[in-house]
Write a protein that binds this ligand. Structure first.
Ligand SMILES: Cc1ncc(COP(=O)(O)O)c(C=O)c1O
Length: 472
């Protein structure tokens, strides 16, 4: 072999090795990864609890071997080469695992999935095209026509319309409960056909903190899973699976990415729900689209995860692109540094606004007594997150002037960016809701939502001070 062709061969081998490493996407673990873990990692890596959260932010989900890329590589390929049709057939019929087509799995995406799975403490994860795609994937893997969803009224606007209107077209009904209501009130809303309970760790933008003990007990008593949208808290502040949730979803677009570059989402399965309890024929009867596989029998450790990937991701197609997985994964590497600063800055701004004579009200869970109790119970380090809301004397007209006068913060339809953003939810994210629905979601007509960034807090306070002075 000539020198040139041997170099080319070596390069090709290195590329293939890199692809193999990312494909396996084994979790960082001090233990040697077992064969079982590698096989399962074709769907997602198994949890490895040995490393601290901060280390997992940086190294979880991808552990390169000798000579392989230090950074999770972007495998920008739709397809994967195989030598024999029998092997491909085994993959296609869920007898073996391996990437076949990037709509259902991809090595870069698998690395991101493995990392978030470790951060949330789950049994496996599926990345999706957006946070909305994650909610759609998680809920529609469970419900059928005629089923009922019981959801907290304080929800992101898109999730409310999905449950309230869009799923209704497919025969799935939803009812909404006040997350602060006592258990006996919420209990009354369960129906025989209720198949899941859904809530947000921190309601967007009502900012109610989910009482996991109350909701998980209710869901358990009715034999249905508790699904939690952890977007505004992130696993840094709260790990819902540890508090009785069964499935966690995140809009990775927000704090996980953290830099407002990429839309993405992720579903994490706790592997802690009994899908064979008689209420979920979707999991206990044969799936004719996969040669009659019965998910609860074939994949007893995590039937939800396998069904959602094999069936829902295949058919609905809401997959995450390798490029976005790479970018969001990069953002995740500083989640543990950014979240404390978001919380500190939000508390400082909330205190400043509370003392301001032209501010009519302020809502920040780190200031409210009832929310503070729940934060202390379920969150780490008493950090109540980076989102606050407030009202201004002069109402909507003053808000218009205030937003225009801001210099550091910007009017942006987004939360979770490292830069501070403000928004008027009633006319934007929740504009499709009636005023009554908005109030139930915790939205007032004069509400400004602030996603507090990680700038110098003195600059933020000065910016808000001058903008309020210009507006009121
Ligand atoms: C709490 C929450 N969940 C879900 C979503 C939807 O996420 P995405 O925009 O990534 O689809 C959002 C978006 O703002 C959100 O705030």
């Amino acid at each position: 072999m000539s020198k040139k062709s041997s170099a080319a061969a070596q390069k090709a081998k290195a590329t293939l090795d890199a692809a193999k490493t990312a494909r396996e996407a084994v979790s960082v673990s001090r233990k040697k990864s077992s064969k079982k873990t590698s096989a399962a990692s074709a769907v997602s890596a198994a949890p490895a609890a040995e490393l601290a959260f901060d280390t997992l932010c940086l190294q979880g989900g991808y552990s390169p071997k000798f000579g392989e890329p230090r950074v999770l590589p972007i495998i920008q390929s739709t397809t994967y080469k195989y030598d024999d049709i029998d092997h491909v057939n085994r993959i296609m019929t869920l007898q073996a695992f391996g990437h076949k087509y990037s709509r259902t799995s991809n090595p870069t995406v698998a690395g991101f999935e493995a990392r978030v799975n470790l951060l949330e403490g789950g049994a496996g994860a599926i990345a999706t095209a957006s946070g909305q795609a994650a909610t759609l994937l998680a809920t529609t893997a469970i419900v059928r026509e005629g089923d009922h969803i019981l959801a907290a009224s304080q929800l992101y606007g898109g999730t409310y319309t999905l449950f309230h209107s869009t799923l209704k077209r497919f025969g799935v009904r939803a009812s909404f409960f006040d997350p602060n209501a006592p258990a006996r009130e919420i209990e009354k809303l369960f129906r025989p056909e209720t198949r899941l309970v859904f809530g947000e760790t921190i309601g967007n933008p009502g900012l109610a903190i989910l009482d996991f003990g109350k909701l998980s007990a209710l869901a358990k008593a009715h034999g249905v899973p508790l699904i939690v949208d952890n977007t505004l808290a992130t696993p840094f502040l709260c790990q819902p699976l540890k508090h009785g949730a069964n499935i966690v979803i995140n809009s990775a677009t927000k704090y996980m990415d953290g830099h407002a570059t990429s839309v993405g989402g992720i579903v994490v399965d706790g592997g802690n729900f009994d899908w064979a309890n008689g209420l979920f024929p979707e999991f206990t009867s044969p799936d004719p689209t996969y040669n009659g596989v019965i998910y609860a029998e074939k994949f007893p450790a995590s039937p939800f995860l396998y069904k959602a990937r094999a069936q829902s991701l295949r058919d609905f197609g809401g997959c995450l692109s390798p490029m976005n997985a790479f970018l969001i994964n990069l953002g995740l590497e500083t989640l543990h540094l950014r979240m404390p600063r978001h919380g500190d800055n939000a508390l400082a701004l909330a205190k400043f606004l509370s003392a301001h004579p032209k501010v009519t009200w302020v809502n920040y869970p780190g200031l409210e007594t009832a929310s503070k109790k729940l934060v202390a119970r379920y969150f780490r380090k008493d950090n109540a997150g980076g989102i606050l809301t407030f009202g201004l004397k002069g109402g909507l007209d003053a808000i218009r002037r205030f937003v225009k006068a801001l210099k550091v913060a910007a009017l942006v339809v987004h939360v979770g960016d490292a830069r501070t953003s403000v928004l008027h939810p009633a006319s934007s994210t929740h504009a499709q809701l009636t005023e009554q629905e908005q109030r139930a979601a915790g939205i007032l007509p004069d509400m400004v939502r602030v996603s507090v960034g990680i700038e110098d807090p003195a600059d933020l306070i000065a910016d808000f001070e001058q903008a309020i002075a210009a507006a009121v």
